[in-house]
Design a protein around this ligand. Structure first.
Ligand code: SER
Length: 322
């Protein structure tokens, strides 16, 4: 069994990916790392954990060499709304770390997973059934780092043969770790508020379509792509993947089927609305379906049912924070 390093293991995707990989493989081979020294005890004690600053390329090199790492899931990144408040930091973290880990991958020869996002698209991108290969002129610094990251991964793959793979994630919905500062976060927060207060104030307009995905599908996609036969991959990086596309109103209507007294109102945040308006309504993920058999398990109905059941049970048990 190869040793796998997760960089950014304390993040929204990193936390659940760490649990998923520890369950799927041998936990001792899954090395979680994060800049934060205090994270949930399950994450820090359920398998090897290393406190590592992904910006410190010497430390990253030493860890990868010492632990004989053969696969890296690179999940250290800042989400769109936070990036917009500090573009310089966004570039340094989203691009600087990626650049140095790719260089190390070329030298020490390991496989990498690097996620991109719907944020890699912009206003001039076709909005419906957004193709795999299309115009990418994002207007957010997050998007700029995502497009540059996609290109850098392609470059390392084509020029040096680094086996770096990735998907374009839509908004990810989870009931474990809350996201931090994304444009798509309303689709997580709405569940918490629906269960606790029976009402939610949304910062996006009611008719804003965005692609979304439930976390179990996001984890499955990441690992399936890493396990796919190299020769079947025509794109390697930045595969469009999606599971559902909805607006805040459609999601609210779905929640009302479970919580009839639930109400939603709107107070638009211009920053996040501008970002959301520039992203696709729905992506075409045919390339991922054809090349590595991508197919989601969770529809809007199935995801909503699962989220409400899990969060309600937790709320009833704890009585406050869900
Ligand atoms: N979920 C991310 C965000 O909203 C997009 O990939 O920033």
């Amino acid at each position: 069994m190869e040793n796998i390093l997760i960089i950014g293991a304390g993040g929204q995707i990193g936390t659940e990916l760490t649990y998923y990989l520890r369950n799927k493989y041998n936990a001792k081979n899954i090395i979680a790392s994060d800049i934060r020294a205090t994270l949930h005890s399950d994450l820090m004690e359920g398998g090897p954990f290393i406190r590592m600053d992904a910006m410190d390329s010497r430390q990253v090199y030493q860890v990868i060499q010492k632990e004989k790492i053969k696969q890296v899931y690179f999940l250290a990144a800042i989400l769109s709304a936070v990036c917009e408040k500090n573009p310089e930091m966004a570039w340094d973290i989203n691009m600087g770390c990626l650049n140095s880990v790719l260089r190390i991958a070329n030298e020490l020869k390991f496989k990498m997973f690097v996620p991109s996002s719907i944020g890699a698209f912009g206003n001039t991108t076709p909005k419906d059934k957004t193709p795999q290969l299309t115009i990418q002129r994002p207007n957010s610094i997050y998007g700029v780092t995502k497009v540059a990251g996609e290109l850098l991964c392609d470059y390392y793959h084509e020029k040096y043969g680094v086996d770096v793979r990735g998907v374009r994630f839509p908004g990810i919905i989870s009931n474990v770790v809350p996201p931090g500062g994304g444009t798509t976060d309303y689709a997580v927060d709405i569940f918490h508020k629906a269960i606790k207060y029976k009402k939610y104030t949304c910062y996006l307009k009611e008719d804003t379509y965005l692609d979304m995905m439930y976390m179990p599908d996001a984890l499955k996609a990441s690992v399936n792509l890493m396990e796919a036969d190299y020769h079947t991959l025509h794109h390697h990086n930045s595969y469009n993947i999606t599971a559902m596309s909805f607006t805040p109103k459609i999601l609210a209507d779905e929640i009302k089927k479970h919580i009839p007294e639930f109400t939603i109102d709107y107070e638009i945040d211009p920053l996040r609305q501008r970002i959301a308006d520039s992203w696709p309504n729905s992506m075409d993920d045919t390339a991922a379906r054809n090349d590595w058999n991508w197919s989601p398990d969770f529809s809007l109905e199935h995801m909503t049912n699962d989220m409400i059941q899990i969060l309600t049970e937790r709320f009833n048990r704890k009585g406050k924070d869900v």
